[in-house]
Design a protein around this ligand. Structure first.
Ligand code: 17S
Length: 836
C-alpha cells in the first residue's frame, strides 16, 4: 500500500477554519505574483503566457478549493444527504478558466488585476486545452447538467473516465479529414485533484467458483481475476456565485503491484513493466464514434471499469457511515445512467451487494431497481449497444451469471403478464438469440431502472410507441420525458459578453439563474433603438467569428452577409448534404445570373466524422471541394462563401453561436433525439431553419411559427414515404434540383478527382436512401428563400432574432435539472453556503 493511501493517527485539531481569501483585484494580483515567482519558479527570462495562465489558475483554484471543502462537509450532514450520481462515459467540459471566473464572481476583479499588470486575458485563456472527454451532444449535456446542479445546490456527483487522449483533433488535408491524437494532459492539468487515497480495485477475467455459505446457501466467488486499480481525479464544479462546488470524479487506470510481481517472479522484468500498459490502456483513449456501437473489448472494459469503480466508491462511503446495513441505501442514493454505456452498473451493483456485502438477491434487487434511472439518447438502431455473451463470459463471468438470473426472473414476470406469448418473451429477453448470443444493454437498463426517459417530447413519444413499446406496455409509469437544455452561464453569459451586457442593462441580471426572465425582452422586440443595439452586438460577434474563419480556413466572411451555420458531428441523418445541395443551388443561380434582389450569404459547416465512417468523411471532402470552387470564382465574389471549419469543439462553439444568424437543424424527422446546438443558437439570437425533429418542435412552440423557418416531412410522413420513394422522379420533375444534381454528376466539383463523389450521388438517388434527402430538398430550398427575404428586411430579422432569445427560457438545463430532481432524484438542495 503506498503510504499516501494510509490514514495517520495524528490529530487534525490544528485544521481550523482559515480566513477567506480575498475576492478583489488586489488580492488576485498578490497571489498571482507569488504563484508565478515562488510556486512556479519563473522570472523575467520565462515570460511565457502559459506560466502566467498557470499562476492565474492557481489563484482561482484556491478560491474553488475553499468552497469545495464547505460543500463536501455539507454532503456529510445528518449522516449524509440523499445524493444522485451521474454516470457517464463522456463529460465534454471544454475549458474551465472563464467559467470558473464567472461562477466565482471574479470576472471583473480578474480583469482589473490583469489590466493593472498590463496583461491580456484572451491570450492567457487561449493557453488552456479543451477537456474534450466526449463525442458530442451526450457528453456536452453531461457537462451542462453538472453546471446546473451546482448552481441549484443539488448534491449530485459526476462519475466518468479520465481519458489520457480525448476526442481526436481534426485537420483537413486536401479536403479530407485527418485525425491527430489529443494529448490534452501533456502540460498537466491544474483543474484536477488526484485522490489516490480513494483508489478502487476493479476485476477482470478469471472464473466463478461455487461455495457453501455459513447459512447453508450457495454462494459464488469470482477468482483468478486480473485486477486493475482505478485512481480518482476530482474536478471542481462551481455553482453560479453560490459558494457551492460539486465534484466530477474521473477514474484513471493503473496497474496493481501484483500485476508486476507475477511476472517478476517468472524473471521477466521488462515484460512485467511492459504489462503495466495492458492495465493502463483502459483509460487511454475515448472512442470517437458518436452513434455506432464499437463492439470492441476495450470499450466494454472501459464501461465496466467506470461502473465498478464508481459503485465501489459509493458503497465504501456508505459502509464507513452505516456499516453493512443497506436498508436505507435506496432512500439515500440514486444513479442516472447516461445512455446504456454505464448500464452494466445494474448487474455490478447486484454483484457487489451480494458477493461483497452479503445481501440476499431479493433485497439487492429491490435496492438496485430503485436506485437506477436510465436516459436514452438515440433511436438509431446502429447505436443500440449489444455485447456478445462470449465476450462477457471471458471478461466478466460473474456479472454474466447475474444478468442471466435477472433475465430469468424478468421473463417469468413477462410470462405471468402475457401467458403463452412466447414471441413476446423472445422480443423482450435481455439476451438476443441468433448466430451469436448478445446482451441487449438497453433492455437491461429498462428492467433494472425505476425511470426511463427520452431527451425531447417527440423522442420520448417515439421510444414509447416504437423502440421500447413492449416495455412501455408492461411498465407505462416508468417512462417519462426530460427535454434537454444547455447552461446559459457558458452559452450566453460567458460566451456572448456583448449580449450579456445589453440584456442585463435592459432587464437586469436575473436571467443568469432564471432564464424565463428573458421574456422581459419581448416588448423590446419592436423597439427600434434596442433593435439597433442588438444588431450592433451581433455584428461585433460576426467580426470575431469571421476572424476565426479567416485564421482557420483562409476564407473571408463579410460580416454584412447572412451567417448561415451548421456545426455538429458529421452524420448522414443530420443531412449536411441537404445544406450543401442548397449552397450548390445558390451557386448555380449566381452563375446563371439569377441574382435580382440577392442577399449575400456566408455558409459555415463544421464537425468531426467518426474515423471509420466513410460516407461522413466523403461529405467533408465534398464540402471542401464545393467551397474551393465557390470561393475562387470571381463571378461569385462576396455574394456567396462556403467554409468548413476544422476541429469543431466546445471552445469553437463559444465563438460560433454568438455570431450566427441562421441555425441549420435539418435532420430527417424522427432521427435527432433532441439536439442541443439548436438551443445554443436560439439563445444567442439565431433564427432556426429546421425540420419537425427532436427539440426543434419545442423550440418552434416557444418562439412561434413566425420566428422559425419550417420545412420537411414529419416523422410519421418519413415512415410512410419510405415505402414508395423515388428520388429520381423528384430530380427530373424539378428544374432547380435537376441542375443541382447535374453539377454534381458532371464532376464540376471534382474535375481532377473523377468518381470520388459517386457513393454520395448513389445514396442521394437511391430509392432506399434512409435519410430522404431529395424528398425534403424542394421544401428546404423554399424555406431558405423565405429566410433570405426575411433577412433583407433587417428590422424584421432583428425582431425574429430578439424573439428567439427572449423565448429560449425553457432550454436552460436549470429547468431540465429541476425536472429530473422533482420526478426522479428527489434531492433536497444543500443549505446556503458560507462563501456564497
Ligand atoms: C445525442 N446522442 S451524442 C443525440 N449519442 O444524438 C442528440 N452518442 O440528439 C442529443 O441532443 C444528445 O445526445 C443529448 O441528449 C449521442 O461509443 C452515442 C454514443 C456515443 C459513444 C459511443 C456510442 C454511442 C463510443
Amino acid at each position: 500500500m503506498p503510504t499516501q493511501m494510509l490514514e495517520t493517527s495524528q490529530p487534525v485539531a490544528w485544521l481550523t477554519e482559515l480566513p477567506p481569501l480575498g475576492m478583489d483585484a488586489k488580492s488576485i494580483v498578490a497571489d498571482f505574483r507569488r504563484y508565478f515567482s515562488h510556486t512556479l519558479g519563473r522570472d523575467r527570462h520565462t515570460k511565457y503566457a502559459y506560466y502566467m495562465y498557470e499562476a492565474l489558475v492557481l489563484t482561482l483554484r484556491d478560491r474553488l478549493w475553499e468552497r469545495w471543502k464547505d460543500t463536501r462537509y455539507a454532503y456529510e450532514e445528518d449522516g449524509g444527504v440523499r445524493r444522485a450520481y451521474y454516470l457517464s462515459m463522456e463529460f465534454l467540459m471544454g475549458r474551465a478558466f472563464s467559467n470558473a471566473m464567472l461562477n466565482l464572481g471574479l470576472t471583473d476583479p480578474v480583469h482589473k488585476a490583469l489590466q493593472d499588470m498590463g496583461l491580456n486575458m484572451e491570450e492567457l485563456a487561449e493557453c488552456e486545452n479543451d477537456a474534450g472527454l466526449g463525442n458530442g451532444g451526450l457528453g456536452r449535456l453531461a457537462a451542462c447538467f453538472m453546471d446546473s446542479c451546482a448552481t441549484l445546490r443539488l448534491p449530485v456527483v459526476g462519475y466518468g473516465i479520465r481519458y489520457a487522449y480525448g476526442m481526436f483533433r481534426q485537420r483537413i488535408e486536401n479536403g479530407y479529414q485527418v485525425e491527430e491524437p489529443d494529448h490534452w494532459l501533456r502540460s498537466g492539468n491544474l483543474w484536477e485533484l488526484e485522490r489516490p487515497e480513494y483508489t478502487q480495485r476493479v476485476r477482470f477475467g478469471g472464473r466463478n467458483e461455487a461455495f457453501m455459505k455459513p447459512d447453508g446457501e450457495m454462494g459464488w466467488r469470482w477468482i483468478d481475476t486480473h485486477d486493475v486499480l482505478a485512481v480518482p481525479y476530482d474536478v471542481p464544479i462551481p455553482g453560479y456565485q453560490n459558494g457551492t462546488v460539486n465534484t466530477l470524479r474521473l477514474w484513471s487506470a493503473a496497474a496493481t503491484d501484483e500485476f508486476d510481481f507475477e511476472d517478476f517472479n517468472a524473471g521477466s522484468y521488462t515484460e512485467a513493466v511492459g504489462a503495466k500498459n495492458m492495465a493502463e490502456n483502459i483509460t487511454m483513449v475515448l472512442y470517437p464514434n458518436d452513434a455506432t456501437e464499437s463492439g470492441k473489448e476495450l470499450r466494454l472494459r472501459q464501461q465496466y471499469f467506470l461502473a465498478s469503480a464508481s459503485l465501489q466508491d459509493v458503497l465504501r462511503q456508505w459502509v464507513r457511515v452505516h456499516g453493512e446495513d443497506f436498508t436505507n441505501f435506496a432512500a439515500k442514493n440514486c444513479f442516472q445512467l447516461n445512455d446504456t454505456h454505464p448500464t452494466i452498473a445494474v448487474a455490478e451493483l447486484m454483484r457487489l451487494l451480494m458477493d461483497e456485502h452479503a445481501v440476499g438477491w431479493d433485497l439487492a434487487w429491490t435496492i438496485t431497481s430503485q436506485v437506477m434511472a436510465y436516459t436514452n439518447h438515440t433511436l438509431l438502431p446502429e447505436a443500440l449497444e449489444r455485447w456478445p455473451v462470449r465476450l462477457f463470459r471471458q471478461l466478466l463471468p460473474r456479472v454474466l451469471d447475474i444478468i442471466y438470473e435477472i433475465n430469468a426472473r424478468f421473463l417469468a414476470e413477462v410470462a405471468r403478464r402475457w401467458p403463452g406469448d412466447i414471441e413476446r418473451q423472445g422480443r423482450m429477453s435481455l439476451i438476443e438469440e441468433g448466430y451469436e448470443q448478445q446482451v441487449r444493454m438497453a433492455y437491461l437498463a429498462i428492467v433494472g431502472s425505476t425511470s426511463v426517459n427520452g431527451v425531447a417530447a417527440l423522442h420520448s413519444e417515439l421510444l414509447q410507441q416504437g423502440l421500447f413499446r413492449d416495455f412501455y406496455e408492461l411498465w407505462p409509469d416508468k417512462f417519462n420525458n426530460k427535454t434537454n437544455g444547455v447552461t446559459q452561464r457558458r452559452w450566453l453569459a460567458d460566451c456572448n459578453r456583448g449580449l450579456n451586457t445589453l440584456i442585463t442593462e435592459t432587464i437586469g441580471a436575473g436571467w443568469v439563474t432564471d432564464l424565463e426572465e428573458l421574456r422581459k425582452l419581448i416588448p423590446y422586440a419592436k423597439d427600434a433603438k434596442f433593435g439597433a443595439k442588438w444588431r450592433q452586438v451581433k455584428h461585433d460577434n460576426k467580426v470575431r467569428l469571421a476572424a476565426l474563419i479567416k485564421a482557420d480556413c483562409g476564407v473571408e466572411f463579410n460580416p454584412k452577409a447572412m451567417f448561415d451555420v451548421q456545426v455538429k458531428r458529421m452524420h448522414e441523418y443530420k443531412r449536411q448534404l441537404l445544406n450543401i445541395l442548397h449552397v450548390i443551388h445558390l451557386y448555380d443561380r449566381i452563375k446563371r445570373g439569377d441574382t435580382a434582389n440577392w442577399t449575400p450569404r456566408c455558409v459555415l459547416l463544421g464537425g468531426k466524422a467518426a474515423p471509420g465512417y466513410y460516407m461522413a468523411k466523403q461529405i467533408i471532402k465534398l464540402t471542401n471541394n464545393v467551397a474551393k470552387v465557390i470561393n475562387t470564382d470571381a463571378d461569385v465574389g462576396d455574394q456567396l462563401k462556403l467554409a468548413f471549419l476544422p476541429n469543431y469543439r466546445v471552445s469553437a462553439m463559444e465563438i460560433i453561436c454568438p455570431g450566427t444568424d441562421l441555425s441549420e437543424q435539418i435532420s430527417t424527422a424522427g432521427k435527432e433525439a433532441s439536439g442541443t446546438g439548436n438551443m445554443k443558437f436560439m439563445m444567442n439570437g439565431a433564427v432556426t431553419i429546421g425540420t419537425l425533429d427532436g427539440a426543434n418542435i419545442e423550440i418552434r412552440e416557444e418562439c412561434g411559427d413566425e420566428n422559425f423557418f419550417l420545412f420537411g416531412l414529419t416523422a410519421a410522413q418519413v415512415e410512410e414515404r419510405r415505402q414508395n420513394y423515388n428520388p429520381v422522379a423528384i430530380i427530373q420533375s424539378d428544374p432547380d434540383i435537376t441542375r443541382i444534381m447535374h453539377l454534381l454528376e458532371s464532376g464540376h466539383f471534382n474535375q481532377f478527382e473523377r468518381g470520388i463523389f459517386d457513393p454520395i450521388l448513389h445514396s442521394l438517388t437511391s430509392s432506399h436512401d434512409p435519410w430522404l434527402t431529395i424528398a425534403d430538398l424542394r421544401g428546404f430550398l423554399d424555406a431558405q428563400q423565405q429566410a433570405t427575404l426575411a433577412y433583407q428586411d433587417q428590422e424584421r430579422w432583428t425582431r425574429m432574432s430578439i424573439m428567439n432569445t427572449a423565448t429560449s427560457g425553457k432550454f436552460s438545463t436549470d429547468r431540465t435539472m429541476r425536472e429530473y430532481n422533482a420526478e426522479i432524484w428527489k434531492l433536497k438542495p444543500l443549505p446556503k453556503m458560507p462563501l456564497a
